[in-house]
Design a protein around this ligand. Structure first.
Ligand code: PDD
Length: 286
């Protein structure tokens, strides 16, 4: 693969892109990121991702690397240069480097590092994984307390995904104080008696851009939604379950900790929401 990537103002072949070994993103995960999906070579919910990026940066007193308009242009150029029809644009901003390692932040005028690259994913929308549905396990949530900030501290979610794979499953849902927080890289939902239940927004979970859109679309389709804490046992007794994320849209969940949900195939509400989400998002894509 030889993608064109973006690093600090330059479009370069991926093999020529460089950042400093002292970059705080590399040394301390002092970095935030966004993942925006691409369908029909257009960006899904760019505004939502740009807004959340701004919030993550503000929460960490990190400088904005450029304007929203410039970000949009970079996203579009990378999609075009790499011929992406379906896939993802990954963006990362770090606090940069002043040429050494120190726990103290570098001077406020240190230039943030901005990196973007694309991931080509043909078949992202018409995904065999979504037709089959995902199997999840539950694990303890031992992440830090500001999961609303989209930082690159992804070691535990990565370990969680590996625990799921080792158990013959696809993903893990995390549990804190007896309640499900979210999936390793997605927000979590179950459906019982036609009602969609998901955890309310707080510092304990990422405020998913897909979550926001899907909850709005569910309400518009007259589906009942309840935002409240829930246990993994409630989810295991559900009629169906699903997750949402920019990288997998609405993903049906068919098994939790070895317990099959419904008839073990994707549920009707998850399937319908996936269709509505893809349809509406394609129309609104820019
Ligand atoms: N992950 N919760 C967590 C912990 C996540 O990492 C993500 C996204 C979500 C869903 O957010 P959104 O709908 O805005 O994608 C929820 C991205 C896709 C990733 O890390 O690749």
């Amino acid at each position: 693969m030889n993608r064109t990537v973006f690093v600090n103002g330059e479009y370069l072949p991926e093999t020529e892109a460089k950042i400093s070994i002292f970059d705080r993103g590399f040394l301390m995960a002092d970095a935030v990121y966004e993942v925006t999906s691409v369908l029909d070579s257009k960006l899904i919910d760019f505004d939502g991702h740009a807004l959340r990026l701004k919030r993550s940066l503000d929460e960490l007193q990190m400088a904005e690397p450029c304007t929203k308009e410039e970000l949009l242009e970079i996203h579009r150029k990378l999609v075009e240069k790499n011929g992406i029809e379906e896939g993802l644009v990954y963006l990362q901003v770090t606090r940069g480097s002043d040429g050494d390692r120190d726990f103290v932040f570098p001077p406020a005028d240190t230039k943030p590092t901005l990196v973007l690259f694309t991931q080509n994913k043909p078949g992202l929308a018409d995904s065999p994984a979504a037709r089959k549905g995902a199997k999840v396990i539950s694990i303890d949530d031992i992440r830090w307390g500001r999961r609303d900030i989209k930082t690159t501290q992804l070691l535990y979610p990565s370990l969680g995904k590996m625990m799921a794979k080792a158990a013959g499953c696809d993903d893990a849902w995390m549990i804190e104080d007896g309640h499900v927080t979210e999936g390793t890289s997605n927000n979590a939902y179950f459906v019982k008696g036609g009602k969609i239940v998901t955890r309310p927004l707080s510092n304990e979970i990422l405020h998913g851009i897909t979550r926001k859109a899907v909850l709005r679309m569910a309400a518009e389709a007259q589906m009942e939604v309840e935002e409240r804490l829930f246990t993994i046992d409630e989810a295991k007794e559900a009629d169906e379950a699903f997750t949402t994320s920019a990288s997998a849209f609405v993903m049906p969940v068919i098994e939790i900790d070895g317990v099959q949900l419904g008839d073990g195939s994707p549920g009707p509400i998850a399937k319908r929401l996936r269709e509505i989400y893809l349809d509406e998002s394609r129309k609104a894509a820019i």
